[in-house]
Design a protein around this ligand. Sequence first.
Ligand SMILES: Cc1cc2nc3c(=O)[nH]c(=O)nc-3n(C[C@H](O)[C@H](O)[C@H](O)COP(=O)(O)OP(=O)(O)OC[C@H]3O[C@@H](n4cnc5c(N)ncnc54)[C@H](O)[C@@H]3O)c2cc1C
Length: 281
Amino acid sequence: MEEALGLLQQHGDDARVIAGGQSLVPAMNLRMATPGMLVDLAGIDALSALDVAGDGSLIAGAMVTHNRFLRDDRVSSGWPAIGYAIRHVAHEQIRNRGTVGGSLCHADPAAEWAAVCLLLDAEMQVMSRDGERTVAADSFIKGVYDTTLAPGELLSRIRFPAPLRGWCWGFHEIARRHGDFALAGALVGLGVDENSVVTAARLVVFAVEDRARRLDAVLSDIVGRGVAEIDGELAGLSAAAAIDPRSDLHASAELRSHLVHVCVMRALAAAMERLPGVRNE
Ligand SMILES: Cc1cc2nc3c(=O)[nH]c(=O)nc-3n(C[C@H](O)[C@H](O)[C@H](O)COP(=O)(O)OP(=O)(O)OC[C@H]3O[C@@H](n4cnc5c(N)ncnc54)[C@H](O)[C@@H]3O)c2cc1C
């Protein structure tokens, strides 16, 4: 780690970290990135650790690959939303190489990891030769391919708070082909008490604006009501009205607005199917 941080400090803007290489190498092939120095993190064991801490939180080194999360029983039982979303990242081969840290630092607006980190209130640990700092998920990504990282800094760990009891989660995304980046996606979390009353609700939409965004206010009407009263159609329409979708080669703003409506409805339905006592995965 000392050596990596030293190289990053020494070479400043000219140095780039390489993790799984699944985004950086294509960018270099296209000459969209032309770093003079690549700092490979693969040999730093601490960055590949995936542990549950004493307080029950999940601590993931930045170099943990997408597939390691998917194959870890502790993750699937404690943080199932990770699996629901991350199995949609690219293809098997890419998930074997690509890392959580690489995805977050690349900051593609359609990346599932940024959405999951927002939903679960994750925190990022950032290191440089000058020390460490902790950044909340909401502040880590600033926009398209843009993060809070300064030259000389790297992302070392991601902390996911301890599992929430009585919560269920739903995910839905729409992509043109399986494995493509999503055109739109949504993640929902519902806290439900023993009387089937919703006590809290979280919503994240991604792939529609410059970065993933928490839109809990859209679900505020649901809180305090019984789950049987949840109106998914209304929630989908409210989410579509709350976003400012971008237009690009892949989808118009109008199409993305419609897709958000559909994704929120379906993510909500998926979460309700997993209500405690209904079905446990
Ligand atoms: C065909 C294809 C389809 C894909 N589909 C999806 C998809 O549907 N969803 C999705 O989310 N992703 C998708 N990806 C991207 C994939 O998930 C990548 O693995 C991920 O975005 C980058 O991870 P990486 O470890 O390969 O990072 P790299 O490519 O090595 O690095 C990416 C960037 O992050 C920086 N970086 C990496 N690690 C750190 C660190 N610890 N600290 C500081 N900077 C760092 C690098 O300098 C570089 O700028 C796809 C990729 C391909 C090729």
